[in-house]
Every structure is written in structure tokens, then in C-alpha cells.
Design a protein around this ligand. Structure first.
Ligand SMILES: NC(=O)C1=CN([C@@H]2O[C@H](COP(=O)(O)OP(=O)(O)OC[C@H]3O[C@@H](n4cnc5c(N)ncnc54)[C@H](O)[C@@H]3O)[C@@H](O)[C@H]2O)C=CC1
Ligand SMILES: N[C@@H](CC=O)C(=O)O
Ligand code: NA
Length: 435
């Protein structure tokens, strides 16, 4: 980085003044003295851009130059850092970041979609110009997981990183379980609280968690960001009855992102999981995120904190700005972009573990025997079987769990079961992870 010698203020331009942008400006205003003490210089906002100029954001913008166009803001003269808080993998966010790098400005961004799709190319561009891209806010909000992995665990080979990476989903799953509230109602709450993405289907369909996982995988394993290899499932099919069965079986339901080095290559997957109630991650509720990393010297490390919202996300953005103001320098993903080593993705079919399956079946003799036969034919061993109550001739939920088996065999058994005339809804499956 080129700013270590400077003693004047670090001049920044902020593109995007929504939940995160307004939070950053508030933090910079309120903690100005503390920041100056910690990095020996002030951080000065010289230009801003957003869609609506007149909106009251609870911060003083009178000394910053206003830009309607965030891309033009990236070229504002005399700026050291462009802070991109617009969002989206393409369009103005990408153009702003690219122009900022071309003009020799460092970049700080909270935009995981952008980095999941273009992270390696942007890192290469930044590093070739001796510039930094700070993205602590892009993964797990306020948790310093990027610095934790990249700097704190730099002496380790990491074999696995997994965690709760989406605050909106964890908030929805927690509220549904503890209050019995409706999915849509809780999602509306998460949107009001500023947790959700502009398009909340990115949250509930697991895409946002997959963006974050792809970034984490790169930092953990020194590989190029490979979003397209992430297996992604969201939480739309988790229903109230699953929470009851999970509870009875000794589990909690969490949307997890899991990245592992396996014999088949690097596994990256995001999907709902049942985790034992005693696992530390099971107790991480609401908007809190958690990330667990396994390093060869440090062993297991658990990071927990708020994964979304104005304050925690602003905290991460400003930490990156302070790094730049101090002149600290680290390759974007921990290894110089040109040296990130390609790795084979491990296919989802190779996952080995146990499964929870919920079926809606017509309550009549022989149905369960058919289900058991489909499992037997694929060599899938059942562990538990639950049917609560009886309703002869009507559809009832039945639940089973399996012993460890291969995903490919499980998928074949489920396809056979789904075809049975007595199975009246698509089978719902949740993978069980024993951490
Ligand atoms: N809200 C959260 O808790 C977190 C958000 N993020 C990320 O931070 C970024 C910003 O998120 P939020 O603040 O929640 O979004 P937001 O929707 O509240 O704010 C977006 C801002 O960008 C501006 N904007 C959008 N399109 C524009 C355009 N074409 N030209 C100029 N300005 C434009 C809007 O006017 C608004 O000020 C996204 O990348 C998001 O994924 C990351 C971590 C947590
Ligand atoms: N929509 C995201 C915001 C933070 O990244 C989430 O809910 O986690
Ligand atoms: Na973070």
C-alpha cells in the first residue's frame, strides 16, 4: 500500500448511503477522535453518492461533494479510497470499483456478490497496481473473519471452514422455532431491520451465504474464488413441523456454509443442516453468525458475532479503512492473486453423512415397507423412524433418519420414494452434520 508515509487525512469517497453506508458515516463521525488516535490521521469523507439526495440519513453530508453517478465519484480528484456500498455483482458497483482501481484508489467494499463473481480478477488488478481491496464487511458482517483467517491463522493449513453465514436466514429460523411465527412475517421484520439483501431471495435461497462461502474458501485454502462450484439450497422448504421433529431428535436447524478439503477435492456447499443441540453453533441464534475454522496448529477456532445490520457492518468497513490509513498491506485473499492455486471441486454426490427425511404419506398398511425397501435397495441404513398419531386413509407426516451414507445413494432412494403413489408431497430432506 502506498499511504503508510502519509500524515494528512485519508480521503475517502463513499458510494451507497443505505443501511451500511449511513452506518459507516455515523461511525466515522462519532469515533473520529478514537480513529485518529489509532491510526495517527483522520479519515475524511470528501465525496458521496446515492440514489436520493434529499433523504435524511441522520448524518451531516454538507462537507462532502455529492455525485448522482457513483462511477463519476470513483474519479473524484484527491481521493485515496473508494468505499463501494451499493451492492450487486454487475452494473454500477462493478464499474465503480474497476474505475477506482484504474485511477489508483484503494477500494473497501461490503459487496460479497461482486467478489464471489469477480474477486480473483479484481484482486489481480488491485495487486498489480499496489492497491488494497478491503472486504471484511462482505463476510459475516461484524465478525473479523477475513482478518481472523488471513492474518490471525496465517501460520496454519486450514482443512475446513464452516458456519452460519446469513443473518436473515438465522433470524428467520430462530423466530420460526421459538415463536412459531410465519416465514413471510419474520422475513418482513428482517427487511425492516436492514438485514436482508435488496433482493431477499438471495438470502432465503442460500445465494448470499454461497457468495460468502466462496470468498471464505479462497481465503482459507489459497484457491481462486469459485462461486459456480458451490452447491446451494435455501430455507424455503423448512417447515414448522421440521423444527418439532428436529427438537425431538436432539437437533437444531441451521443454514450452514461448509468448505472442506476432501479426497475428491474442495467441497463447498450451502444448505439447511440439522446440528446436535450441544454443538456450539446450535446456540448461535437470531442475526448472529458463527464461523468455525480448523487449522493444523491452532486446532478449532470459533468466531461469533452479528452478521448483518448497520452497526456491525459499519464496524467491519471502518476496520478496513483504518488498515489502509495505517499503511498495512496483505494480499487480498492471503496469497498474491497470481499464485492462488486452482483446485478440483468435490461433487455434492460424494458427500458422506446422515440424513433426516420427512414424507407426507397416505396412512395405510404397506406404505412404510415400500419406503424401507427403496432405502434398502440403495444400501441406505435407517436409524430412526417416527410417525406421530394415526389418520387411516389420510396423509400424515412420517420422519426417518439414516446412518451415514453417500449422497448419491440417498438421492436415488428419494427419487424412488417420490414416485410412489402413496407419497403425496415431494420428500423433504435435511442433512445432519455432527460437528
Ligand atoms: N445490510 C447489511 O446488513 C449488510 C449489507 N452488506 C452489503 O453491503 C452493500 C450495501 O447494502 P445495504 O446498505 O444493506 O443496501 P441498501 O439498499 O440499504 O443501500 C444501497 C445504497 O446504494 C445506493 N444505490 C443503489 N443503486 C445505485 C446507483 N445506481 N447509483 C447510486 N447509488 C445507488 C442506494 O441509493 C443506497 O443508498 C451490499 O453489497 C450488501 O450486500 C454486507 C453486509 C451486511
Ligand atoms: N443479507 C445479509 C447481510 C449481510 O451480509 C445477511 O442477512 O446476512
Ligand atoms: Na466480517
Amino acid at each position: 500500500m502506498s499511504d503508510s508515509h502519509k500524515t494528512g487525512p485519508l480521503k475517502i469517497a463513499v458510494a451507497g448511503l443505505g443501511t451500511v453506508g449511513a452506518g459507516v458515516l455515523k461511525l466515522l463521525e462519532r469515533q473520529a477522535d478514537l480513529i485518529e488516535q489509532r491510526c495517527g490521521r483522520r479519515i475524511e469523507v470528501v465525496a458521496v453518492s446515492a440514489r436520493s439526495r434529499g433523504k435524511d440519513r441522520g448524518v451531516d453530508l454538507s462537507t462532502a461533494e455529492w455525485y448522482d453517478d457513483p462511477v463519476a465519484l470513483a474519479a473524484h480528484p484527491g481521493v485515496d479510497v473508494v468505499v463501494e456500498l451499493i451492492g450487486g455483482s454487475e452494473g454500477p458497483a462493478k464499474e465503480t470499483v474497476e474505475l477506482a482501481l484504474e485511477r489508483g484508489r484503494h477500494v473497501v467494499t461490503a459487496n460479497k456478490a461482486l467478489l464471489a463473481h469477480h474477486g480473483t480478477a479484481l484482486a489481480a488488478k488491485a495487486e498489480a497496481a499496489g492497491l488494497a481491496i478491503g472486504f471484511e464487511a462482505a463476510v459475516a458482517g461484524g465478525i473479523p473473519i477475513i482478518k481472523g483467517l488471513r492474518e490471525g491463522l496465517a501460520g496454519n493449513r486450514v482443512s475446513e471452514v464452516h458456519g452460519i453465514l446469513n443473518g436473515t436466514c438465522n433470524y428467520i429460523l430462530t423466530e420460526m422455532r421459538t415463536t412459531g411465527r410465519d416465514f413471510a412475517d419474520v422475513l418482513a421484520d428482517a427487511q425492516k431491520l436492514g438485514y436482508a439483501e435488496a433482493d431477499p431471495s438471495f438470502d432465503i435461497d442460500g445465494v448470499d451465504a454461497a457468495h460468502k462461502l466462496a470468498i471464505l474458501t479462497s481465503v482459507a485454502f489459497g484457491t481462486p474464488v469459485d462461486f459456480k462450484s458451490v452447491h446451494v439450497e435455501g430455507i424455503r422448504h423448512v417447515s414448522a413441523v421440521d423444527f418439532d421433529y428436529a427438537d425431538a431428535l436432539g437437533y437444531r436447524i441451521k443454514l450452514l456454509g461448509i468448505a472442506r478439503r476432501t479426497d475428491h477435492g474442495i467441497e463447498q456447499r450451502v444448505h439447511p443442516c440439522m446440528v446436535p443441540k450441544a454443538a456450539p453453533i446450535a446456540a448461535v441464534d437470531g442475526v448472529f453468525n458463527a464461523v468455525i475454522a480448523q487449522g493444523d496448529f491452532v486446532d478449532r477456532v470459533l468466531f461469533v458475532g452479528r452478521g448483518a445490520g448497520e452497526g456491525p457492518t459499519a464496524s467491519a468497513v471502518v476496520a478496513d479503512l483504518i488498515d489502509i490509513a495505517r499503511g498495512r498491506s496483505t494480499p487480498t485473499f492471503g496469497v498474491p492473486a497470481a499464485q492462488l492455486s486452482e483446485a478440483q471441486p468435490s461433487p455434492m454426490e460424494a458427500r458422506r453423512g446422515s440424513y433426516y427425511v420427512r414424507l407426507m404419506v397416505v396412512d395405510r398398511p404397506g406404505v412404510i415397507a415400500d419406503v424401507a425397501a427403496a432405502m434398502r435397495d440403495q444400501n441406505v441404513s435407517m436409524e430412526q423412524f417416527l410417525q406421530r398419531g394415526r389418520a387411516p386413509g389420510e396423509a400424515v407426516p412420517v420422519v426417518l433418519t439414516t446412518h451415514d451414507t453417500e449422497e448419491a445413494a440417498m438421492q436415488r432412494a428419494l427419487a424412488t420414494i417420490a414416485d410412489k403413489e402413496s407419497v403425496v408431497e415431494p420428500p423433504r430432506m435435511i442433512r445432519i452434520e455432527q460437528f
